[in-house]
Design a protein around this ligand. Structure first.
Ligand SMILES: [Fe+2]
Ligand SMILES: [Fe+2]
Length: 260
């Protein structure tokens, strides 16, 4: 049995603070901790310092997303199998979108892919995953599908059902109450949710997003300040398939929900 925790998009310093406070007591319950850190530094991208601190806190692998290229000081990290950019970038793009790990006696592969609906043009994530899975036994595979559209995420899960252990959505920053195990044994949740300030607009201080929606003069987003919460999904995986999936939502002040 492989127990895996996936932490949803860590947003700016309050998100890192929530991980610092809430991950250590949880860490020993899991064999492997995966975290999406594409917003960990100032809400856009991640800097070297934040990446290093996540690894020190017990994160085993970091996935990125559409903000991968924001800060050049992490480009060197893309050589490290613990840092994944989405796999469906054009051929020749630095870094990798899939890495294998030995966890106890089990082989685990973590993959990252970007959706294409309401997002930047990208190679087909379905084809990229198909190619990645074909002709090789990767052991248990967990995909972080970083996508905007709920339908695209559900379609990816249906497409991969029975071939991977889990498809967990990220990017929309709101945890969805649809975690389940599909008929073929693949765990799925449309979005793991965000780790950052609770009273925010998906991590940002509300002032700029409200102005952006009401007017046409672009405003720069600032990370919100206040109580942070951590959203994560816990998986139990066996023989490459999921046997349990549950949502975790913890506040840095008080645990508000701990599903199942
Ligand atoms: Fe994000
Ligand atoms: Fe994103």
């Amino acid at each position: 049995m492989l127990r895996l925790l996936m932490i949803g998009d860590i947003y700016a310093e309050p998100g890192l603070r929530a991980v610092r406070k809430l991950l250590p007591p949880l860490r020993e319950q899991f064999d492997f901790v995966l975290a999406n850190a594409e917003n960990a530094s100032g809400g856009r991208g991640v800097h070297d310092l934040a990446l290093s601190s996540l690894f020190k806190l017990g994160v085993d692998c970091v996935t990125l997303g559409n903000h991968t290229w924001r800060h050049q000081d992490i480009y060197g990290w893309l050589e490290d199998p613990r840092v994944l950019r989405p796999l469906n970038y054009p051929e020749g793009t630095p870094g990798r979108g899939l890495a294998s790990f030995q966890v106890g006696g089990e082989r685990l592969a973590v993959a990252s892919a970007l959706g294409r609906v309401f997002m930047e043009p990208m190679d087909c994530p379905f084809q990229a995953m198909d190619l990645a899975l074909k002709g090789q036994d990767l052991g248990t595979v967990v995909l972080d599908f970083h996508a905007e559209a709920t339908s695209e995420k559900a379609a990816m899960a249906a497409f991969l059902d029975g071939r991977v252990g889990a498809v967990l959505g990220t990017h929309t920053h709101v945890a969805t109450a649809d975690e389940r195990i599909l008929p073929g044994g693949t765990a799925f949740q449309t979005d793991v949710g965000m780790t950052g300030v609770r009273d925010s607009v998906i991590g940002a201080d509300p002032e700029a997003p409200v102005k952006n929606f009401r007017g046409r003069i672009p405003q720069r987003l600032k990370p919100a300040q206040g109580t942070a919460w951590l959203h994560a999904t816990a998986l139990s995986l066996q023989g490459g398939r999921a046997v349990a999936v549950s949502r975790i939502s913890l506040s840095e002040e008080v645990a508000v929900v701990s599903a199942q």
